[in-house]
Design a protein around this ligand. Sequence first.
Ligand code: ZN
Length: 268
Amino acid sequence: MPELPEVETTVRGLARVIEGRRIASVEARRPDLRRALPEDLGQRLTGARVIGLRRRAKYGLIDTDRGDTLVFHLGMSGHWRIDPSETAKHDHFIIETGEGRRLALNDARRFGSLDLVRTEELDEWPAIKALGPEPLEIDARELKRRLGGRKAAIKLLLLDQRIVAGLGNIYVCEALHRAGIHPTRAGGSVSLARLERLVPAIHDVLAEAIAAGGSTLRDFAAPDGELGYFPKSFAVYDREGQRCACGGTVKRIVQGGRSTFYCPACQR
Ligand code: ZN
């Protein structure tokens, strides 16, 4: 599943192709993804110029000079293909620029979404409005305030998009490990001193993943380049039974229906 670093890398890759360019045509090859596509999508995008690309949590935002923002979410399996030589199965939405560049949104499982929102109303758009602060911007005091009094496990609270937006399972596991915090500890009981280790750990795991994704961007000049997934290595994620750097053994438990990987020897 794409997490924040993949979305950030995707936005940067798309920007190279369409920022400043006029959209010559769009093609919706089916009426819906997770939910229906806007009926006037083609009409509002065709002829518009792309003036900027941004990310909010795991949403990619493509702003046009008509005051619209195309909001995409990659869901479980979504990714953009750059200049594909031909249309592939599961290419559901295609954008062409006047210069003949093509972008195809491919999503086999269709948990992703595409919406068109007035740019000035974006902050009030329900899915965006509900989001907490960005994990690359939050500080320890703000996180402490947001966790205050909460008895739920820190792992689950960090996945709650209203507390901090854009963190997913992989990077929560990795950041808790790096900060030495046990994933089942009650969120409200984690001291400010420990959050002051956790917040930089969150920043670092995300920044390192974004840098790793950025290193794959040079490949996107190639035809059929795919944005969104890149090889990564983790300290605990998906490493059940393997040795932690501290000498302990990585364990897997299930929290909220999802796997948590952690090291009982160095996470307290
Ligand atoms: Zn360990």
